[in-house]
Design a protein around this ligand. Structure first.
Ligand code: SF4
Ligand code: SF4
Length: 298
């Protein structure tokens, strides 16, 4: 059987998630359910169906296409209990008001997209990044894709929160050039809220560094979760203790807001104000003073 990955987006010409110009491949599936997640369609392994009401012109094509009778013929809303994620409604909708997130692709299919920008990777020091969700959930596919990239001289990075296990992450790190390590919290109690064993995550981080893996530590600063003075000090202390040379700070934003509505889900951070980059200037200075090269990502 041909190996496929369940992918919900491939973004070309990205300037985030690693150095230079990148193609970012977003894989579905994540063991965590962070309330601030800006890609809620990444969390489940199964297909997710968006309904963008503002695009709907009420033509009814999706109602006729649905084999499960899961679409209301007046409101065109989805009965998510009946929906099997077949995607027939999305295919029939000419307005793009219904959209299925999640498509099985082979390594060759992803490589065909990645190859298009090879010249840009070379000139900018960029490459391909695997994001999620948590790419480790699709470990075999991730390794096969990373190997295919390496075989063609395309540099690669992978984002991970390390919650899928130390051995697996160490294994996959041997197949890519950079790990973007998402450290969610250093508080055992906060970790428990997310289902993370903070001690285990730190052991994994140490093991990667001991093995000589190139790591960028990512700290997504989330109001009310990990942004207190104690939290900030704990991140800095950990970076220093582990001799981490590169940190990315990611201010909280609400770009995923509309996705929750389109998925019929409640956004736990709907009332939380987007953080300005400038709010992290002081923290960046603190890291820099300690010799840690620090970038604030948009
Ligand atoms: S096919 Fe698209 S535009 Fe037509 S009713 Fe369905 S969602 Fe609305
Ligand atoms: S994905 Fe399939 S089952 Fe679900 S609403 Fe659309 S057509 Fe119906």
């Amino acid at each position: 059987m041909t190996l496929t990955g369940n992918i919900f987006k491939i973004q070309r010409f990205s300037l985030h998630d690693g150095p230079g110009i990148r193609t970012t491949v977003f894989l579905k599936g994540c063991p965590l359910r962070c309330g601030w997640c800006c890609n809620p369609e990444s969390q489940r392994s199964g297909a997710d169906l968006f309904f963008y009401r503002r695009l709907c012109i009420g033509c009814g094509a999706c109602v006729a296409a649905c084999p499960e009778g899961a679409i209301n013929e007046t409101t065109f809303e989805i009965d998510r209990g009946r929906c099997i994620g077949c995607g027939a409604c999305a295919e029939s909708c000419l307005m793009g008001a219904k959209e299925l997130a999640g498509r099985h692709m082979t390594v060759d299919e992803v490589m065909a997209v990645a190859r298009r920008d090879a010249v840009f990777y070379k000139n900018s020091g960029g490459g391909v990044t695997l994001c999620g969700g948590e790419p480790m959930v699709q470990k075999d596919f991730a390794i096969a894709l990373l190997d295919a990239l390496r075989a063609e001289g395309i540099r690669s990075a992978m984002e991970s929160s390390a919650c899928a296990g130390r051995r697996d992450l160490l294994e996959i790190a041997g197949h890519c050039d950079l790990i973007l390590f998402d450290l969610k919290t250093l508080s055992e109690a906060k970790g428990k809220e997310l289902g993370i064993d903070v001690g285990g995550v730190l052991e994994t981080l140490s093991s990667l560094l001991d093995a000589g893996v190139q790591v960028v530590l990512r700290y997504a600063v989330i109001p009310g979760f990990n942004d207190s003075a104690e939290d900030r000090a704990a991140f800095l202390k950990t970076a220093k203790r582990l001799n981490i040379r590169n940190v990315n700070l990611l201010p909280f934003h609400r770009l995923g807001d509309g996705k929750y509505i389109a998925l019929g889900r409640k956004y736990a951070y709907a009332d939380v104000v987007t953080m300005q980059k400038s709010e992290l200037f002081g923290l960046r200075e603190q890291f820099e003073r300690e010799g840690v090269s620090t970038v604030i990502e948009a």
